[in-house]
Write a protein that binds this ligand. Structure first.
Ligand code: HEC
Ligand code: HEC
Length: 285
């Protein structure tokens, strides 16, 4: 297909999702400082990455939205992080334990941990993210029911754990188990066009990064700030919910949370954000 044909097909597709013309805007050249600590919002991309520089979604948001993230007191997502802290200390399940019974003070035991997930789960022979690790501990160590997707405090507890890695650069170890092959699978999915609009993740977050879709400034689609606080939802949004939303926007049927597809995508997209600070809970539109 000729390049012009590709571009006009994309323009038509983007028009369907409400693009307001071909406007392009640079991400801002500013530093994100949270509670006095400077975050890495631009990092040199790892070997084999399509971009030279990896950029946090924060750089693409409006002045007002950016400001909300700079202080724990103004960040509306911090209320849910506090709920996560209460859950951390709450006894549940037949073993009569809380997370804190075994892990103590999360500020120490969970420091930096959230920057290095997904990891390889040797028992399950698949990648594990924070949400699934929480469920594993609930089932195996507390005698409690695993959380259903996005329910029962899953987002709040995940955000609380990730917050203990604030500022830590994202890096995952692809040499663990079979993680590399999940990365490959995630990469395939990232570039596969789906839905009536025939768009892939890369159609928007790579080829059209920097363009405006409605009032939305297209970022690289990084996940270093998840769970993020979305102003639109007035609440935390999990990674898999965001993935599903973006896939739904292409008018495709979307895979289940924690399915092999979305776990593979999480491995790959996490890698695409290597070197960026964990910003959880990031504030987004
Ligand atoms: C009975 C003790 C026990 C309880 C209670 C428990 N865990 Fe764990 N947790 C462990 C052990 C042991 C490990 C390490 C081995 C493993 O991965 O299962 C672990 C691992 C973890 C990890 C991975 C840490 C890393 O270095 O990657 C996280 C995150 C975690 N637990 C969170 C939680 C949360 C959240 C709760 C409460 C919902 C909880 N745990 C309850 C014993 C416990
Ligand atoms: C039709 C265009 C489009 C497609 C296709 C698309 N997205 Fe998005 N995505 C958006 C828009 C618009 C936003 C909100 C603005 C932004 O953060 O880029 C967004 C936001 C995101 C975010 C949140 C970024 C942040 O900083 O909080 C992630 C993560 C994401 N997308 C991942 C994906 C993945 C993975 C795919 C493929 C499964 C995908 N997107 C496909 C348009 C798209």
């Amino acid at each position: 297909m000729k390049k012009t044909v590709v571009i006009s097909a994309l323009a038509a597709a983007l028009a369907c999702v409400g693009v307001a013309g071909p406007a392009w805007a640079d991400p801002v050249d500013e530093q994100l400082v949270i509670d006095g600590e400077t975050m890495i919002t631009r990092a040199k991309a790892p070997e084999g990455h399509p971009f030279d520089e990896v950029l946090s979604g924060w750089l693409f948001r409006t002045v007002e939205t950016r400001a909300l993230e700079t202080d724990s007191f103004t960040n509306p997502g911090m209320l849910e992080v506090e709920e996560g802290e209460a859950i951390w200390n709450k006894v549940e399940g037949s073993a009569g334990k809380s997370c804190a019974s075994c892990h103590g003070d999360a500020a120490e035991s969970m420091k930096g941990i959230g920057a290095h997930y997904p990891k390889w789960d040797a028992e399950a022979k698949r990648p594990i993210n924070i949400e699934l690790q929480i469920n594993k501990c609930r089932e195996q160590n507390m005698g409690a029911e695993p959380y259903d997707f996005d329910k029962g405090g899953q987002k709040q507890l995940t955000a609380y754990i990730k917050r203990q890695a604030l500022g830590e650069p994202v890096s995952i170890d692809l040499s663990q188990g079979d993680l590399q092959s999940w990365w490959e699978k995630g990469k395939d999915l990232y570039y596969t066009r789906t839905g009536q609009l025939n768009l892939s993740c890369a159609s928007c977050h790579e080829a059209n990064m920097g363009k405006m879709i409605r009032a939305d400034h297209l970022s690289q689609g990084q996940i270093n700030g998840f769970p993020t606080y979305r102003l639109k939802n007035a609440g935390l949004v999990s990674v898999h919910n965001r993935f599903r939303g973006c896939i739904r926007d292409t008018r495709a049927s979307f895979p289940k949370a924690f399915s092999d597809e979305l776990m593979a995508l999480e491995v790959y997209v996490t890698w695409r954000g290597s070197g960026l600070s964990v910003e959880t809970p990031a504030v987004r539109q």
